[in-house]
Design a binder for this molecule. Structure first.
Ligand code: COA
Length: 415
């Protein structure tokens, strides 16, 4: 079967997480992704958080599937020549170096355009143009600067970062979309272009509803679906909302049977207005269907705490899975709090290819997250990540280098 991005060749100059997430997605859609790594060292994550001695870490293997790896010293003049050839033969260059690194290497936008005017140059940076544009950035910096940390956590606690890697993997996703759009536009213009996804911008995009709430707060001084309402005061910035739902249907995390010993025996419960009657029946509180304090969504807003306390008295009598089953029969939106262990063992996620077992020559079998985007005409097979420089000879041969020339480059430690 063909793949959506068959024929697209990516010069993958990415490292750590944000860039590699992007190029891994492109590889899953069928692009030929050639990862260029520092000779002798490779992507720093190969050695980070190692759990098997001398084998590439899970950090690396889980972000670099379906790619080819070549080593190249791009600061060496002969390495630059190889890079010139690669640039001429690729459609997209993706990089997430610190600001200015590509220019310092001698590969400015102008130079790349000279070599290949059809080249799309896609970059992840921590910040867009402005006061922080020269800063190096990692995940949590982006979560803090993008508005996520100030709006995550509980009112009486400090700002919190989330486990979801919205700064790195979230930005990688944004960049991948920009690249695909630029490839599409190139079909009509014939030209490449620069694509930038700044981590702060991507996090802010994912925190869009909080900027919505800031403006509602500015206008009305109150956010009635937030846990601060009606008992506490609001300040001038959107407060942390604990586990309150980000939308118009109030929700909260409630204890389930076993919560005393199992840290994940909880369920997310949404009191969606159309099923309010069903909720009241399930929890045995039918008088709330018509009671003036509870009958309408507006009336319920000032009683959310007591409502969730009452629902929790019911959920605590059921395991999260029993509660899910009963609530779903009434179309009441809810979700179990799943641990990573439960997710790793979930057979339905294995069946869809969202959780995949991969074999690796040095580390053996491991689990990874497969392509979360499913396409009917472009199926994803997850192929293990490459060893450092595994495809150096193969790629150089494709670029027209003979065996002797390759041996000479090796001798001089250029590859
Ligand atoms: N051959 C020779 N040199 C190479 C090379 C190669 N194949 N690949 C990279 N290098 C060089 C770069 O040119 C750079 O050299 P310079 O500083 O002399 O210009 C150097 O390696 C290091 O690159 P840098 O990106 O600064 O790495 P770092 O480890 O110091 O910083 C980050 C890491 C992630 C903080 C930084 O890359 C960054 O801020 N990136 C943008 C934001 C981002 O993606 N952050 C999320 C990461 S998950």
């Amino acid at each position: 079967m063909s793949k959506a991005l068959d024929g697209v060749r990516i010069l993958d100059f990415t490292h750590v997480q944000s860039g590699p997430t992007c190029t891994q997605l492109l590889a899953w859609f069928g692009a030929d992704v050639i990862k260029v790594e520092k000779a002798g060292e490779g992507d720093a994550t190969r050695g980070q958080l190692r759990d098997v001695p001398d084998a590439d870490s899970l950090y690396f293997t889980m972000l670099n599937h379906n790619k080819r790896s070549i080593t190249l010293d791009t600061k060496n003049p002969k390495g630059k020549e190889v890079l010139n050839t690669l640039i001429k033969s690729c459609d997209v260059l993706v990089e997430n170096f610190a600001p200015g690194a590509l220019d310092r290497m001698g590969f400015t936008w102008e130079r790349i355009q000279e070599l290949n005017p059809r080249m799309i140059v896609a970059s992840v940076k921590g910040f867009g143009p402005g006061p922080y544009e020269d800063c190096k950035v990692y995940e949590n910096v982006a979560q803090c600067a993008g508005g996520s940390a100030s709006t995550t956590g509980f009112d009486d606690g400090p700002p919190l970062v989330t486990g979801a890697q919205i700064g790195d993997s979230g930005t990688g996703l944004h960049l991948a979309l920009g690249i695909v759009a630029a490839l599409y536009q190139r079909n009509t213009t014939g030209r490449g272009q620069k694509v930038l996804a700044a981590m702060q911008d991507s996090v802010l995009n994912l925190c869009r509803v909080k900027l919505r709430d800031q403006q509602r707060l500015d206008r009305t001084g109150v956010l009635k679906e937030y846990p601060q309402y009606p008992d506490s005061k609001f300040g001038d910035a959107v407060p942390r909302a604990g586990n309150a739902s980000g939308g118009g249907q109030p929700g909260w995390i409630l204890k389930c049977k076993g919560w005393e010993t199992d840290p994940n025996a909880y369920i997310y419960f949404i009191t969606q207005a159309p099923v309010w009657g069903a909720i009241c029946k399930v929890i045995g509180q039918e008088d709330w269907i018509t009671h003036p304090d509870y009958a309408t969504p507006a009336a319920r807003l000032s009683h959310l705490k007591s409502i969730f306390d009452r629902i929790e008295a019911w959920t605590m009598t059921k395991t999260k899975f029993e509660a899910m089953k009963i609530l779903n029969e009434f179309d009441i939106p809810c979700g179990p709090i799943l641990s990573m262990k439960e997710i790793a063992e979930d057979q339905s996620l294995r069946a869809t290819g969202t959780v995949v077992e991969v074999d690796h020559p040095k580390r053996g079998k491991y689990l990874t997250v497969g392509n979360p985007i499913k396409m009917s005409d472009s199926l994803t097979e997850v192929v293990r990540s490459p060893l450092l420089g595994e495809h150096t000879e193969e790629v150089l041969t494709e670029l027209g280098y003979g065996l002797e020339a390759i041996a000479a480059l090796r001798k001089e430690k250029v590859v």
